[in-house]
Design a binder for this molecule. Structure first.
Ligand code: SF4
Length: 479
C-alpha cells in the first residue's frame, strides 16, 4: 500500500460500516432446485463490503490464506471500482478464485484471522473473491496470454480435479505440452463429481476447462490411469513427466453387517447419481436414484452435508444425519451445517450404526444404532464416542448413504513399480511434490488424503514449479 493510500484510510469510520450479507435463496424454495444457495452481491454492495477492510498493514488474512492472496490489495481495487484490477490481484496467486471464494472454509482461513473480526463480523473475503472472479468472467473472462515458444516437453496429468487443472495451467503457461487423463466422462474430478451445484455451479469448471483449451491443454476422458494405461506406458508414449492428481476418491466402508443391502450407497455414487445428468456419468451409474421417503446419511463432515442436502432435493420426505459424536466435533464447515438445518435436515448425534436391517427383496429397511457418550480424546484430538450398553434403537430408512471419509485408491501403487505410499496410504512425496519414482510428481488429495480445494491448489503450484525444473534439467542434460 502506498503512503498516499495509507493516509486516506480512516479505520474508525470503516469499522462503523455494517456487514453486508450476500442474499440467499429461501430454504423452502432452494430445496426444490440445485442452484447455488447464494444469489451473489451487486456491485454497489460488494464495494461497500470491500470498504469494511481496514487495510491493516500486518494483513494476517494474507498469511492465513494457503495461496497468500493479497486480499487488502484486491479489495482496495474493488472499492475503487476497478473490478478487473481486483481480479488480476487474486488471479496472480490463485488459479481458481471463483471456486475458492465459494468452497474455502474462510472462517478457519482468511476470515478467521481478519482483524475486523475481532470487533465485528469479519470482512466477507470469500464472497467478495467469488464476486470479483464472476464479474471478470461476465466481462469476457481472463485475457489469453502470449505463450512462450513450445519447450518440446510433454506432461501427462492424471485426474482433472483442482490439482490437475492447476498444474495443467501452470505448465501450459510455461510452454510445456500437457494432456489430462480423466477417469470420468467429463472434466473436473471432485469439483464436478463431488461438489453439488447448490455449493458451486458447474459452469465454473467449464470456464476453467475452456481457458485451458485455449492454452492448448488436451483432455481425454473415460481413461483410468493404472488400469487402462499404466504410468510406465505413458512414459513409453513419450511423456517426459507424469503428475498424479487423481485425488482421494475411494469412500471408507463402515464394515457392519448388512452393508451390501439394496438401497445403501457410498457417498460418491449417491452424489453423482443424484446430482448429475446421465450423459455425464458412466453407463453403470446412469440410473437416477429413487430415495424413497426416509433417507439416513451416516457421517458428519462436509460430504455428509452434501448428501443430506442432495437427498432433500431428490424429494425425500425425511432426511436424517446420524453422527457418532456431537456437533462440536463435526469436521466440516459450520455454514454447511447451518444450511442443512435451515433446509430441514434432522440431526441425531451420539449414534453409532451397528447393523443394517433387511426388508423385502434384500432392500434396507432400517439402521440399528447404539447410543454413545463422549470419552477421552482420540488421536484426532476429538472426544471419542463410547457405546452405551443396552441403548440400541432403530431408525427406518428407504435409503442409506455412507459418508465417513475418503482415502487414496491403491490401484496406482499396484501397477506402478517403485511408487511408494505414505503411512496413510497416499502418494509419498517430498515437499516439492516429487514422488519415489523419477519424473512422477503428485500433489493435493493424492498426497494429503481428502482435504481442501485451496490446499490442493497451493500444493499444485509447488509441484508445477518442480516439474518445470525437472523438465528444464532434462533439456540441459540432453544438450
Ligand atoms: Fe480466503 Fe480461500 Fe480466497 Fe485464500 S483462497 S483468500 S483462504 S477464500
Amino acid at each position: 500500500m502506498t503512503e498516499t493510500t495509507e493516509t486516506k484510510i480512516d479505520r474508525k469510520a470503516r469499522l462503523k460500516i455494517p456487514f453486508q450479507p450476500v442474499p440467499k435463496q429461501d430454504p423452502k424454495e432452494r430445496v426444490k432446485n440445485w442452484d447455488e444457495v447464494y444469489l451473489g452481491y451487486d456491485l454497489a454492495t460488494a464495494k461497500l463490503e470491500a470498504t469494511r477492510c481496514i487495510q491493516c498493514p500486518a494483513a494476517p488474512c494474507i498469511k492465513a490464506c494457503p495461496l497468500d492472496n493479497d486480499i487488502p490489495g484486491a479489495l482496495l481495487k474493488l472499492e475503487e471500482g476497478d473490478v478487473l484490477g481486483a481480479a488480476e490481484v487474486f488471479r496472480s496467486t490463485n488459479p481458481a478464485p471463483d471456486m475458492c471464494g465459494r468452497l474455502c472454509p474462510q472462517e478457519a482461513l482468511c476470515e478467521g484471522d481478519c482483524v475486523v473480526g475481532k470487533v465485528a463480523i469479519p470482512v466477507a473475503i470469500g464472497k467478495l473473491e467469488a464476486f470479483i472472479a464472476d464479474q471478470q468472467q461476465a466481462m469476457g473472462g481472463r485475457p489469453i496470454p502470449q505463450l512462450p515458444p513450445p519447450t518440446g516437453r510433454r506432461v501427462a496429468i492424471v485426474g482433472s480435479g483442482p490439482a490437475g487443472l492447476a498444474v495443467a495451467e501452470q505448465l501450459a503457461l510455461l510452454g510445456h505440452g500437457v494432456k489430462l487423463f480423466e477417469a470420468w466422462p467429463r472434466p473436473g474430478g471432485v469439483l464436478r463429481y463431488g461438489i453439488p451445484g447448490f455449493k458451486m455451479d458447474k459452469r465454473h469448471i467449464d470456464d476453467q476447462v475452456d481457458y485451458l483449451h485455449q492454452l492448448g491443454v488436451q483432455f481425454v476422458f473415460n481413461v483410468r490411469v493404472g488400469y487402462d494405461v499404466t504410468i510406465d506406458e505413458l512414459f513409453d508414449q513419450g511423456f517426459d513427466a507424469v503428475f498424479l492428481g487423481q485425488g482421494a476418491g475411494q469412500g471408507n466402508r463402515l464394515n457392519v453387517p448388512g452393508q451390501d443391502l439394496e438401497g445403501i450407497y457410498m457417498a460418491t455414487e449417491f452424489l453423482v447419481r443424484a446430482n448429475l445428468p446421465p450423459e455425464e456419468l458412466p453407463n453403470h451409474l446412469r440410473k437416477p436414484i429413487e430415495t424413497g421417503k426416509r433417507v439416513v446419511v451416516i457421517g458428519g463432515g462436509d460430504t455428509a452435508m452434501d448428501c443430506v442436502r442432495s437427498a432433500l432435493r431428490t424429494g425425500a420426505g425425511e432426511v436424517v444425519c446420524a453422527y457418532r459424536r456431537t456437533e462440536a466435533e463435526m469436521g466440516g464447515r459450520q455454514e454447511e451445517r447451518q444450511h442443512a438445518h435451515e433446509e430441514g435436515v434432522l440431526f441425531h448425534y451420539l449414534t453409532i450404526p451397528i447393523r443394517f436391517v433387511a426388508g423385502d427383496n434384500d432392500c434396507v429397511q432400517a439402521v440399528r444404532f447404539q447410543r454413545a457418550e463422549l470419552g477421552e480424546p482420540d488421536e484426532s484430538g476429538r472426544r471419542k464416542p463410547v457405546p452405551v450398553i443396552g441403548s440400541e434403537f432403530e431408525l427406518e430408512a428407504d435409503t442409506v448413504v455412507i459418508a465417513i471419509g475418503y482415502k487414496v485408491e491403491k490401484l496406482l501403487f499396484q501397477t506402478t513399480p517403485d511408487l511408494e505410499a505414505s503411512d496413510g496410504g497416499a502418494v509419498a512425496t517430498d515437499e516439492s511434490g516429487q514422488s519415489s519414482r523419477s519424473g512422477v510428481f503428485a500433489a493435493g488429495d493424492s498426497v494429503r488424503g481428502a482435504d481442501l480445494v485451496v490446499t490442493a491448489l497451493a500444493d499444485a503450484k509447488r509441484a508445477a514449479a518442480a516439474i518445470d525444473r525437472y523438465l528444464r534439467q532434462m533439456k540441459s542434460a540432453a544438450a
